[in-house]
Design a protein around this ligand. Structure first.
Ligand code: MG
Length: 263
């Protein structure tokens, strides 16, 4: 009997110790049905039904709810140059090709957070090196560049090669195809938000990029707009939705199959 009393006291002391170390967060309320009434259906959500979207025939073809920005035909309905005039980029054999010196091409529509699919091809005739070979770029909201570059046997700074968020994040791997072969970016972009101070982000922009189906940017947090020279944070300025911009870096990079889904 004395032994039993000792064990009881010890257990009591231990539970007191545990109680002292227990988290201060109050325990969740008892489930209304009671633990013995739990069934699988309690955690099933049926309504509203998830919207049905007809997928493309392939993973690169636009699904039914995407805005097709370029599908091999006309560019003037969706694109202009930087001043709002018709772009001097050309459409050749269904490919949208950058013309050196013509400047950027930008979407008439403005976007915030998006899913973007874009296919691109650097020239099969290899000219130049480093940043001078097959350079273009996809600018989200007109400000944040996902670099387009011939990075096949072409060393450059790692945060400036294909798949980089230019001068902010190097890609996780170099999954570049050869010059003259089509490559794809699938980009998921979360636009920033701003508060009272318009020179810092309330929530910063975030980007995920798949290059040729391989993850190269995993939800990275951008520090500021893309800058060739300077610290990105210094250039933060409040902005709303922006055009999708394709860069003219002097090389005849081609694009096709550009579609976008607003998120
Ligand atoms: Mg570029």
């Amino acid at each position: 009997m004395k032994k039993l009393l000792t064990i009881t006291l010890m257990l009591g002391a231990c539970s007191y110790c545990f109680a002292q170390n227990a988290p201060v967060t109050p325990p969740p309320p008892a489930h209304p049905s009671g633990p013995d009434k739990m069934i699988p259906g309690m955690t099933e959500i049926w309504d509203p039904e998830v919207k049905i979207v007809e997928p493309g025939k392939t993973n690169s073809e636009a699904p039914a709810d995407a805005i097709v920005l370029f599908n091999g035909g006309d560019i003037n309905s969706e694109w202009t140059d930087s001043k709002g005039n018709p772009s001097k980029w050309i459409v050749q054999d269904g490919e949208l090709v950058c013309v050196r010196g013509s400047g950027v091409i930008q979407s008439k529509r403005k976007f915030g957070s998006v899913q973007l699919h874009v296919e691109w091809k650097t020239p099969s005739e290899v000219k130049g090196d480093s940043q001078g070979r097959g350079n273009s770029g996809v600018f989200l909201q007109g400000l944040y560049e996902v670099q387009v570059l011939d990075s096949y046997n072409n060393r450059t700074y790692r945060n400036g090669q294909a798949g980089s968020l230019y001068k902010q994040y190097a890609p996780l791997v170099n999954v570049s195809r050869k010059p003259g072969e089509w490559q794809a970016y699938d980009i998921i972009y979360t636009a920033p938000t701003f508060g009272a101070d318009t020179t810092v982000y309330a929530t910063p922009p975030r980007v995920t990029v798949l290059h040729n189906g391989v993850l190269v940017q995993n939800n990275v947090v951008l520090r500021g707009p893309t800058e060739y020279i300077g610290i990105p944070e210094y250039f933060i300025k409040v902005h709303g939705p922006g055009s999708l911009i394709l860069q003219d870096h002097g090389n005849p990079v081609a694009y096709r199959n550009i579609w976008i889904r607003e998120l």
